[in-house]
Design a protein around this ligand. Structure first.
Ligand code: GAP
Length: 511
């Protein structure tokens, strides 16, 4: 473990949720009606942060790369697309109901074990997936043994997914909600796509879907881009947009929600067997570097290479970039080699050729694809987790005080800077500060704050992650036209000339 990782103190999910609500980053959707599970709204600061993340991704992946172009396709598409892609048939999660509590579980996130004492099964325990489920299951097993007043040695608990339970076991495994056996159903497949009707008739022929991924909008436009975009293999098509999944158990705040955004690229390559492994590795590295560029520390990012036996039949390789979230290490970004499965399927279902004529090789083929697919909301949660920090800094009187600070990379911070006149009732200070504020506003989102002591204003900006606070004081207007700029992370201050502020900020925002 690196020193940095050993020292890093992760915030609790609760502290992030509380700060997001208090400072206007993220709200539960439909809160005045009691909320709506799996849906979240972004407030004024969250909307800025989200936009900055998407802009940074688009700049790096589309604007700064000659061979990648962007599109923006519709959310509702021809339903045949979802039959071709396999989503109608196979975009399922195994679901389990507790008939008594009416709670619903994902069978692959529900774990059980027989409880054995000296080789005899005395009952079963069940737990929901979590970082502490082994300990929880152990406690439940002890409790069962105690209740039944059984003597002997309790054997080690070996948790298995509910999907692996035998039909006889379904009736014996207790529901985590009630602790009693007999109420859990066998797992059944549940399709995650949201259905809707298109057109005035509500019958089977008008059934359509909200897209569960943006990727298919790219594949169905492959021909259009090839015919109009003057692209050559290898090339990529990128898209940012909403996706919808009727998740059985939305959880962990914005980590798994029912409406979210994706940033996806389909990167088309030739079918040579030696091409995809190289491109796949390049993409894994590119994705990591992008995460670091927006301030995600290297030691919080990991790789989870999917074993061969877990890949779908058409897939040659998948690696998830993981992140250390407050609730454990989980998938952040999936990088998958999908062969020519998707284009091949659309060629079959639409009857339109998806072949590409490769000028360099003088041959036609259906290109293969490497797909880096990232969730915007999940990235935002990773950024918040990495940025959240509680430390001690001296207050106005020099006394150490605990502050909450979001140490965002300046390029994605909701406000790039805040401008303060030292006193709010001195016309000259306010006028000069306003002039600077208006000038900076033409380029960036900048905060204006005249309320309270400077120390209080610093704390407010620290908590929302504003990297630089600029104060206009009497030296500015009476002496040398210099201003104070205070750094959020080090709290150090420098004095620079008013005319240099924009260039000074620019250098640091894009560093
Ligand atoms: N086109 C491939 C695809 O959609 P995926 O692994 O299902 O692959 C890609 O999703 C990424 O989208 C995930 O790595 C994650 O960042 C994000 N994502 C998926 N489901 C999500 C959900 N319910 N809520 C938030 N983000 C989600």
């Amino acid at each position: 473990m690196s020193d940095e990782k050993a020292q890093r103190k992760l915030p609790t999910l609760e502290s992030l949720v509380t700060l997001c609500k208090r400072r206007g980053f993220i709200f539960q959707s439909s809160e005045i009606y009691g909320g709506y599970a799996g849906f979240f709204d972004y407030g004024p600061l969250g909307a800025e942060l989200k936009k900055n993340i998407k802009d940074a991704w688009w700049r790096a992946m589309v604007h700064e790369r000659d061979e990648i172009v962007g599109i923006d396709s519709t959310i509702i598409m021809h339903p045949e697309i979802w039959r071709a892609s396999g989503h109608v048939e196979g975009f399922n999660d195994p679901m389990v109901d507790c008939r008594e509590s009416k709670k619903r579980y994902r069978a692959d996130q529900l774990f059980f074990s027989p409880v054995k004492v000296d080789g005899n099964v005395i009952g079963y325990v069940s737990v929901e997936e979590s970082g502490t489920m082994q300990a929880e299951a152990g406690e439940k097993a002890n409790e069962l043994k105690r209740k039944q007043a059984v003597q002997g040695t309790l054997e080690a608990i070996e948790l298995k997914e509910y999907t692996e339970a035998s039909p006889e076991e379904y009736a014996l495994i207790p529901s985590p909600a009630t602790g009693k056996p007999g109420s859990l159903t066998p797992p059944r497949q549940f399709n995650l796509m949201f259905e809707t009707q298109v057109g005035p008739l509500a019958d089977a022929s008008s059934k359509s879907y909200l897209r569960p991924e943006t990727a298919q909008g790219i594949f169905q436009n492959f021909k259009n881009v090839v015919d109009t975009g003057r692209v050559k293999i290898p090339f990529g098509i990128a898209q940012i947009g909403k996706a919808f999944r009727n998740e059985i158990t939305p959880r962990n705040f914005i980590f798994r929600s029912r409406e979210f955004e994706q940033m996806e690229i389909e990167y088309f390559i030739d079918p040579d067997e030696e091409t995809w492994p190289r491109v796949y590795q390049e993409w894994i590295e590119t994705c990591k570097q992008w995460l670091y560029s927006i301030g995600i520390p290297e030691d919080m990012v990991g790789e989870d290479v999917h074993p061969q036996e877990k890949l779908s039949h058409y897939s040659k390789g998948t690696t998830d970039l993981t992140f250390t979230f407050p609730f454990g290490t989980q998938e952040l970004w999936g990088i998958a080699c999908r062969g020519n499965f998707d284009l091949g399927q659309h060629q079959k279902h639409s009857g339109k050729s998806m072949e590409f004529f490769d000028e360099a090789r003088k041959e036609k083929y259906i290109p293969h694809v490497v797909e880096p697919s990232l969730g915007v909301d999940r990235t935002l949660l990773a950024v918040l987790t990495a940025a959240y920090c509680e430390d001690e800094v001296p207050n106005d009187k020099g006394v150490p005080e605990t502050r909450t600070v979001l140490k965002f990379h300046p390029s994605i911070a909701p406000f790039k800077a805040a401008v303060f006149p030292l006193l709010k009732n001195k016309e000259e200070l306010v006028g000069t500060a306003r002039e600077l504020y208006r000038k900076l506003q033409r380029r960036w989102n900048v905060a204006w704050d005249v309320g309270g002591a400077i120390g209080r204003r610093y704390r407010r900006q620290d908590e929302i992650g504003t990297p630089f606070c600029i104060t206009i004081d009497f030296d500015t207007i009476e002496k040398d036209q210099t201003v104070t700029i205070r750094d959020r992370d080090t709290t150090e201050q420098v004095r620079i000339h008013l005319d240099e502020v924009e260039a000074w900020l620019s250098e640091r925002i894009y560093a």
